[in-house]
Design a protein around this ligand. Structure first.
Ligand SMILES: *Cc1c(COP(=O)(O)O)cnc(C)c1O
Length: 462
């Protein structure tokens, strides 16, 4: 199997190349050339298997023999052994047929661990095989940075530099990054805002000469391996609820569309899914596009669900590629128009999307209301991202006989501010993290100057 670009102009790549590469050279994103199929019997045979074994079976065709089975099994097993729940991603039943899929039992308490625990290990494996080292650079305002650090802290062939805006990240989120004292982890607090930090990372990718030939790797959500890892929990949860004998629906709190696109891939592989409900916060480009065919950028709004604060959903391009019948030229033309001005999807692709996807946008006032309402009805305290999903699932729920699985993307202790605003006294950190606020921290404060940051990287990489 090869991987091809959604804009049709970049060379096809192997799995190894696609893991080491971010964006395609034509500006597109890589997708598998063909979709591996899970038959009725394959799905039936997964009943009762461990999460790691299901993960191996779902992902093995994408790896395409480029890692031998035994090694890949070890990588997968080690990645998911870092989760604090034996089921890795347990299902929590809320009512007769509404379930929460708890994706927050990883090292940083948010769903990005599922992908980044695997990605760090895959990168390390391929770099070791090639006898190469690489540098990871990223900018974060929260979830991605800590999950990337946890995913790479044990990697011998990687040094990771994560930039965060000095004094503008919540204490829990900062400490999740800065209390990792591994030799290959470098936290840089930039005297500026998130955009300053991100601009320096972008500039470093655009001109990598400061690294004298060392590979620079991105771990943002456009990396195919992150999507691949996320397909697994759709399959595992559906099998637990009776697939392939029964359909399920999924509701996904969404921003860059990586998570729900992984669900779509599970569907394309043969998982019986009734429909996907996309939940957004007030940054609702996905909802506006699906509901009103308004495919346009709007100003960024800071919400109570900050990990879903986006202007553009980068992975939506992967779904557009499918909706447009894999016509890379049409996708490239649409996205060029979109960059310049408000635009709309063509009728046929939009109709295709509406057959499978519903959407709902949830503003801050509703998030607080949902946290209270869900607690009243179920005794659960939802994090603000999961709250958008709960509301969307209740509103857009289809046939009552089909189980609805809402993806719980973060632990409420990670976003306690919203929970307190909703009127609760706060949420304790889980036992394995309850000393987080006492742990030693390590980070370097630097001015928002590209040369200072790049010099720091050069001086400290191993
Ligand atoms: C990243 C994130 C999301 C959004 O996921 P996408 O894959 O970008 O759609 C939702 N909730 C939480 C807690 C996140 O960290």
């Amino acid at each position: 199997m090869r991987y091809i670009s959604t804009r049709g102009q970049a060379p096809a790549l192997s799995f190894e190349e696609v893991v080491l590469t971010g964006m395609a050279s034509d500006g597109g994103l890589y997708v598998p050339e063909t979709v591996p199929q899970l038959s009725h019997d394959d799905l039936a045979a997964m009943a009762g298997l461990s999460y790691a074994e299901i993960a191996f079976r779902v992902m093995q065709p994408y790896v395409n023999g480029e890692i031998d089975d035994e090694t890949f099994r070890t990588i997968v097993t080690e990645a998911y052994a870092t989760f604090s729940h034996d089921a890795v991603v347990p299902l929590n039943q809320l009512d007769a047929n509404h379930f929460l899929l708890e994706l927050f039992h990883g090292p940083t308490l948010a769903f990005k661990d599922v992908a980044l625990q695997l990605l760090g290990r895959l990168l390390d494996h391929f770099l070791k095989k090639r006898g190469e080292r690489a540098v990871i650079m990223g900018a974060t305002s929260g979830d991605t940075g800590s999950a990337a650090i946890e995913g790479c802290r044990h990697c011998d062939n990687l040094d990771i530099f994560i930039l965060h805006p000095y004094q503008r990240v919540s204490e829990v989120q900062r400490r999740q990054m800065t209390s990792v004292l591994a030799d290959n982890v470098f936290n840089v607090a930039i005297e500026g805002n998130f955009d300053d930090a991100q601009a320096m990372v972008k500039a470093s990718f655009a001109d990598q000469s400061f690294l004298n030939g060392t590979r620079l790797v991105a771990v943002n959500s456009i990396n195919w391996a992150r999507i691949m890892a996320q397909i697994v929990y759709y399959v595992a949860s559906a099998v637990a609820l009776g697939a392939p004998h029964r359909k399920v629906s999924f509701c996904v709190p969404s921003a860059n569309f990586g998570n729900v696109f992984a669900g779509y891939m599970a569907y394309r592989m043969g998982l019986p899914v009734e429909r996907f409900v996309i939940a957004t916060n007030a940054n609702d480009i996905l909802h506006r596009t699906l509901a009103a065919n308004d495919f346009s950028k709007q100003e960024l709004k800071a919400t109570l669900a900050p990990s879903m604060d986006i202007v553009v959903s980068s992975n939506f391009e992967r779904l557009l590629f499918e909706a447009y019948g894999r016509d890379g030229a049409a996708v490239a033309a649409l996205l060029e128009r979109f960059q310049a001005e408000p635009t709309a999807l063509a009728d046929a692709p939009l109709a295709r999307l509406r057959e499978l996807f519903a959407s709902h946008s949830v503003d801050d006032a509703s998030i607080l209301e949902v946290i209270r309402e869900a607690h009243h009805r179920t005794q659960e305290i939802l994090d603000p991202h999961t709250a958008t999903g709960y509301r969307a699932a209740e509103r857009e729920r289809g046939e009552a006989s089909v189980p609805m699985v809402t993806l719980a993307t973060a632990h409420p202790a990670k976003f306690a501010e919203a929970v307190v605003k909703a009127g609760f006294p706060g949420v304790p950190l889980p036992p394995h993290m309850d000393d987080l606020l006492e742990r030693e921290e390590r980070y370097t404060v630097l001015p928002a100057e590209l040369s200072a940051v790049q010099q720091f990287v050069v001086d400290n990489r191993r």
